[in-house]
Design a protein around this ligand. Structure first.
Ligand SMILES: NC(=O)c1ccc[n+]([C@@H]2O[C@H](COP(=O)([O-])OP(=O)(O)OC[C@H]3O[C@@H](n4cnc5c(N)ncnc54)[C@H](O)[C@@H]3O)[C@@H](O)[C@H]2O)c1
Ligand SMILES: O=c1[nH]cnc2c1ncn2[C@@H]1O[C@H](CO)[C@@H](O)[C@H]1O
Ligand SMILES: N[C@@H](CCS)C(=O)O
Length: 411
């Protein structure tokens, strides 16, 4: 495709996404009217694809000047990046498949815009701000963090007294993690795996590592596709939940021997290691839908491999001596690096939270540290989403409200 065709394709993807993001549309309308971000610069490092682009244009509609790059070298969609770049007050520095140097140079270019507010997915901008670009910190009003791992890292920085700006943990809004991490990852991880492998899930042993919000989504949808699901955990309560939800629970060293498809969702490292690769059945398929590319120990797999070859677009086969292990999308987030990411209706809620939190930062002076998404914003997103789905719910009567808050009657 030439540049013009790429831009057309990016615009088409954005139109489709925009039409399925009704809560963000309500916020965009308000932003257009009220311009709450007028005069502010927003710097972003998110997965650059169509739903993110709709968030970017929403912020620009609010009066912000937006600079954006990717937060994963394999999740950028170049047509969308180009379509964003031609829009007024938006600069996009993301490109698909960049190496580490170009990836971090693009982060620097976003910071060169001297943002007032940052939006991260995995805290890349915030790390650079604290490690190399500390001169920019006094200018920062605050930041927003999209994902679980980013929030964990920010809490660790805060605990050590290293966090020098306020950040809102957008991931921890209930209208984010209960839907995006669970139903979003549950659907889009399988979308990525299925469109890439073109194999059957029914009847296979699927091993899901981690039974957090992502893991329970991935396990639930695997079961729906007819898999026999095995869960591995380190948390006894979550392991118990997985068992009582109907899955087999065992150690990874045992699961590795019988798993046919493995999906990691832990946010941790070294979940699948050399020991596991050696005991896996021939032809095992590995995918990561959790954190970066360290959940599957790719270094160990590379050193075990006698040969490595691409066997299908986005699938590498590692022959470790008479046994073949297949890895999708280099062990990076399978839903984004081998698919189009979460469904638009789910990102509608995540990004509605982002837009509202950017406005909140612009209008409130927050102290340094990690902040929760204000409950009223979380409730607003839920109410708007229900409304957009044509769902009405009951309201407490006065008598019910006082019954629920009193202690004298009914016991
Ligand atoms: N692919 C996506 O689009 C997407 C979406 C949301 C979140 N994420 C990322 O996915 C990861 C998980 O997010 P979450 O919200 O589910 O987190 P979570 O904290 O709810 O769940 C993680 C689970 O993994 C378990 N775990 C940790 N180490 C383990 C190990 N060695 N073996 C087995 N289990 C282990 C934990 O006990 C926990 O139950 C994070 O890195 C997050 O940033 C990805
Ligand atoms: O399609 C998408 N566009 C933008 N962000 C996404 C999409 N799918 C998932 N995530 C976001 O990626 C984070 C993990 O890196 C998740 O927290 C999720 O919110
Ligand atoms: N942005 C990072 C964080 C995922 S948890 C990534 O895409 O790998």
């Amino acid at each position: 495709m030439n540049e013009k065709e790429l831009i057309e394709s990016g615009n088409m993807k954005m139109d489709w996404a925009r039409n399925h993001m009704p809560v963000l549309a309500i916020i965009r309308e308000k932003f257009e009217e009220e311009k709450p971000l007028k005069g502010l610069k927003v710097g972003m490092a998110l997965h650059v694809e169509a739903k993110t682009a709709v968030l970017v244009e929403t912020l620009a509609a609010g009066g912000a000047e937006v600079s954006i790059t990717g937060c994963n070298p394999l999740s950028t969609q170049d047509d969308v990046a180009l379509a964003l770049n031609i829009r007024k007050n938006i600069s996009c520095f993301a490109r698909y498949g960049v190496g580490s140097q170009e990836y971090y140079e693009a982060i620097d270019r976003v910071l060169d815009s001297r943002p007032d507010i940052t939006i991260d997915d995995g805290a890349d901008l915030i790390f650079k701000l604290h490690k190399e670009r500390t001169d920019l910190l006094p200018n920062i009003l605050g930041g927003c963090e999209e994902t679980t791992t980013g929030v964990h890292r920010l809490h660790a920085m805060e605990k050590e007294g290293a966090l020098k700006m306020p950040v809102i943990a957008v991931n921890d809004a209930m209208t984010k993690y209960l839907f995006d991490n669970r139903y979003g990852t549950g659907q889009s991880a399988w979308d990525g795996i299925n469109r890439t492998t073109n194999l059957l899930v029914a009847g296979k042993n699927v091993v899901v590592a981690g039974y957090g919000w992502c893991g329970r989504g991935v396990a639930m949808r695997a079961a729906g596709l007819g898999a026999s699901v095995i869960v591995t955990e380190v948390d006894p309560i979550r392991a118990l939940e997985a068992r009582m939800d109907g899955y087999r629970v065992m150690k990874m060293s045992d699961a590795a021997k019988i798993g046919e498809i493995f999906v990691t969702t832990t946010g941790n490292r070294d979940i699948l290691t050399a020991e596991h690769f050696k005991s896996m059945p021939d032809g095992a398929i590995l995918a990561n839908s959790g954190h970066f590319n360290v959940e599957i120990d790719m270094e160990a797999l590379n050193s075990l491999a006698k040969t490595v070859r691409t066997v299908r677009n986005n699938i590498k086969e590692y022959d470790i001596g008479g046994k073949r292990i297949n890895v999708i999308a280099e062990g990076r987030l399978v839903n984004l690096a081998a698919g189009d990411g979460h469904p638009a209706e789910v990102m509608d809620m995540s990004f509605a939270n982002q837009a509202l939190c950017v406005r909140y930062i612009a209008e409130n002076k927050l102290p340094n540290g990690v902040h929760r998404v204000p409950q009223e914003l979380d409730n607003y997103v839920a109410r708007m989403k229900l409304e957009s789905m044509g769902i009405s719910i009951d309201e407490l009567t006065e008598a019910q409200r006082s019954y629920m808050s009193g202690w004298e009657c009914g016991t």
